[in-house]
Design a protein around this ligand. Structure first.
Ligand code: ADP
Ligand code: ZN
Ligand code: ZN
Length: 738
């Protein structure tokens, strides 16, 4: 009988599979899809994943090489997750082998065993008796035997010391046949006691409604969007649903945005549950990551919490998937496999047949649209739990008002009054550094990055000009390099400059700055929080780091220094992001007796989206923004794929994309449903970045199916397009940055 041919996904950017013969002396029954094999590849060896077994290969028999070793005795991933990987590769038009590389822990990619190693267990031999004459005069051995006899399942290697068992005694007992050593895989620890370590809060009516709605979907695919204002108690709903999941003997997977991965988040889960929690994030060592992965896969960890890539963690018995802050951009991976973890969570929940809970105070327009279409159950929490009230929004028109380091006179007055009343102020400015531009007042020269089409930001504290795109750094020139005059002035405002100004305006109060520069030092955040928690009047100043996850109940005034960027930008998602940021920042503030005011400085005080947002709230804004998207034929009413290319020379990238556009047009001409538009190529929004010239080509389609029908044949052609080698290119399906 001829051996089957193994079709493998190998870690390679090529969108194809590779055929091998089975390793010699390998039980064919073990060659199941999902096992890893080590294979020769050129002069190297690679670790691949078996995708299918086929009867025939295109590769001639004599050139077909044999895999060198089978690495797993069972598939690495449960069937649903394996399926998800196949789906992911196909949806994002990515090499399957590379998709597995992103989905699996590093050590597994390198061929390490996926199984936790066997442990040695010491047991009393059957029929061994304590009054055995051979131990009559050996009290230590007798004692050891007695201890073992009390543990019918044996005692494992790690616990010998705890039971005061000496290896010597055990060895002597073993030689006498009174004790035996067995090897076995670590077993599922039995769960003792209740799942809860602390009592649950009593859900309010809204929370109960949401809880019941999700619970009704246990055991099947049931996607829900939990749209709850900040502080409405979404997390409490998650916690109680997780408890239900644990009681049903199942596991819960919780995705959180990168920025929320503080100890506070974990603590909240750890304090609540008597359960093993596996935490997966980018800070783990390879070994820790593998161990967490194994604990999840074998069901030892009942709760799995992690950022984006934790979506690919195998679960022994999945019961519930939660995506917290589902609108957060960190769920989208921006390099390599450009997947969106929230979107994949939907597919995973479908394949695993479990309920999915997407939670946010400011849901993405995509998810709101899905809810409107009836694809997700929409669950709303409109009241703050614990009695706090929603803050009030006000637009402060700063046209023709002098701005003093970003602060208008009325805002300065308000800040002063708030501090004088013994309350705290939060100032939000999404720009770090001192000033975004250094300008020569005589000739108009500006400090530009030598490698990017971008201005250099002045960081006064460190005495540097820095590029926020490529991290180029240089000393600011003493005189203008163009006209030699010395009148170089910082233009515009960053957090450093606002901080400096606030110190002069309000010298009697602490000014706490929170951005990537100020919090780089370890412990600086903790110190900052301690001051805020103390409740004394102070000013908190920061970038979007301030907007997420924290709650500052003593803050009663929130000032947003500049909302206009989101309304001017060429990126159609900018206004959505701005609205989410404003609402999230505002949500940090307020409590029952002092609900808080939110002042938004703007030059566009009559902008309809801003008016909607501030007068009627996020959902009214979203409705308006969605209708604009519909009219403009933009997502979620259209589907996009962006082909990006960069090269040393601008012409190379454009020539490649021109060729790509022609190929796409040709494929569309042959197609029966040419509902795809090819737009471009055009230079990227920042044409030069880190010394490379960048351009892009956009495909826009009214139907997702039509887009994907085009993409797969197109990508095959792109791989052999002339000029392919001079450019770096990548396809981004459902891009979020255009
Ligand atoms: P969200 O996740 O929506 O921002 P949280 O779950 O963090 O909201 O809840 C906000 C605050 O309200 C927390 O301090 C929480 O302990 C409290 N809280 C939540 N649910 C209740 C409830 N049912 N009763 C009393 N307090 C609650
Ligand atoms: Zn000059
Ligand atoms: Zn740069």
């Amino acid at each position: 009988m001829s051996q089957p041919i193994l079709r493998l996904a190998l870690p390679s950017p090529l969108r194809r599979l590779f055929d091998y013969r089975a390793p010699t002396d390998c039980d064919p029954a073990l060659l199941q899809p999902g096992v890893r094999l080590r294979v020769p590849f050129g002069r190297r060896e690679l670790v691949g994943v078996l995708v299918e077994r086929v009867a025939h290969s295109e590769v001639p028999e004599e050139r077909l090489r044999a895999a060198s070793a089978l690495l797993d005795r069972r598939p690495l991933l449960p069937a649903a997750l394996f399926e998800l990987c196949l789906w992911t590769a196909s949806y994002y038009q990515h090499s399957l082998g590379d998709t597995f590389s992103w989905a699996l822990p590093n050590l597994l990619r390198q061929g390490e065993s996926a199984e936790r190693s066997e442990e040695r267990i010491w047991q009393a031999a059957a029929g061994a008796r304590l009054d055995d004459p051979r131990v009559a005069r050996a009290p230590r051995q007798r004692q050891a035997l007695a201890t073992l006899a009390q543990h019918p399942h044996g005692i494992n290697q790690n616990l010998l010391e705890q039971f005061q068992l000496s290896r010597d005694s055990l060895k002597l007992l073993h030689d006498k046949g009174l004790v035996e050593v067995i090897r076995r895989r670590p077993s599922l620890p039995e769960h003792h006691g209740a799942w809860l370590l602390q009592p649950e809060l009593t859900l309010n009516d809204e929370q109960r409604g949401a809880f019941e709605a999700v619970r009704a979907g246990f055991g099947r695919f049931h996607p829900c969007l939990l749209a709850g204002v900040t502080g409405s108690g979404k997390t409490e709903v998650y916690l109680q649903l997780i408890r239900e999941t644990l009681e049903a003997g199942k596991q819960a997977l919780v995705l959180i945005p990168e920025i929320n991965l503080g100890p506070q988040t974990l603590e909240r889960f750890a304090r609540r549950f008597n359960a093993r929690i596996a935490l997966l994030h980018s800070g783990l060592t390879d070994r820790e990551r593998l161990e967490a992965w194994q604990a999840a896969r074998e069901g030892h960890a009942q709760i799995v919490i992690g950022t984006r890539s934790a979506l690919f963690t195998p679960l022994q018995s999945p019961g519930l998937i939660i995506v917290d802050e589902e609108h957060d951009a960190s769920y989208k991976q921006q390099e390599g496999l450009r997947y969106h973890a929230r979107d994949l969570a939907v597919m995973r929940a479908r394949l695993e047949r479990v309920p999915l809970l997407l939670g946010s105070a400011t849901p993405s327009l995509e998810s709101l649209h899905n809810a409107e279409q009836g694809r997700y159950a929409l669950l709303r929490l409109e009241q703050r739990a614990g009695g706090a009230r929603q803050p009030r929004f006000e637009r402060l028109d700063v046209r023709s008002r002098p701005l003093d380091s970003g602060f208008s006179p009325p805002l300065q007055r308000l800040i002063g009054e708030t501090l004088a009343a013994g309350q705290q102020v939060l100032v939000f400015l999404n720009r770090r550094g001192f000033a975004p531009t250094l300008l020569c007042h005589d000739c108009g020269w500006m400090a530009l990055c030598p490698r990017c089409d971008a201005r250099l930001t002045l960081h006064q504290r460190s005495g540097e000009l820095r590029c926020h795109h490529c991290d180029h750094r240089q000393r600011p020139p003493a005189a203008c390099p163009q006209c030699q005059h010395v009148d170089l002035r910082p233009v515009g405002v960053g957090t450093e400059r606002s901080e400096e100004r606030l110190r002069i305006l309000f010298p009697d109060y602490p000014i706490l700055r929170m951005d990537r520069d100020s919090t780089a030092r370890k412990g600086s955040l903790e110190q900052l929080f301690a001051t805020v928690q103390s409740g004394a009047p102070c000013i908190l100043l920061g970038t979007q780091m301030l907007a997420k996850g924290h709650h500052f109940p003593r803050v009663t005034l929130v000032a947003i220094l500049d909302a206009d960027g989101g309304l001017f930008s060429a990126d159609f998602r900018a206004s959505e992001r701005m609205a989410q940021l404003i609402v999230q920042v505002a949500g940090r503030a307020g409590r029952a007796e002092a609900p808080g005011r939110v002042i938004i400085q703007t030059h566009l005080a009559d902008h309809p989206l801003l008016v909607q947002l501030t007068e009627q709230g996020y959902f009214a804004f979203a409705a308006q923004a969605l209708s604009e998207r519909r009219a403009a034929g933009l997502p979620p009413f259209a589907h996009l794929a962006l082909l990006r290319a960069d090269a040393h020379q601008g012409e190379q990238a454009e020539a490649f994309l021109d060729g790509a556009a022609t190929l796409a047009e040709r494929l569309l001409e042959q197609s029966e449903h040419p509902e795809v538009q090819v737009l471009g190529p055009v230079p990227a929004p920042m044409e030069r970045r880190a010394g490379r010239h960048r351009a892009q080509l956009l495909l826009q389609a009214s139907s997702r199916a039509a887009l994907h029908r085009l993409l797969s044949p197109w990508l095959v052609q792109l791989e052999s397009l002339p000029g392919n080698r001079q450019v770096r290119w990548s396809l981004d399906v459902d891009p979020i940055d255009l």
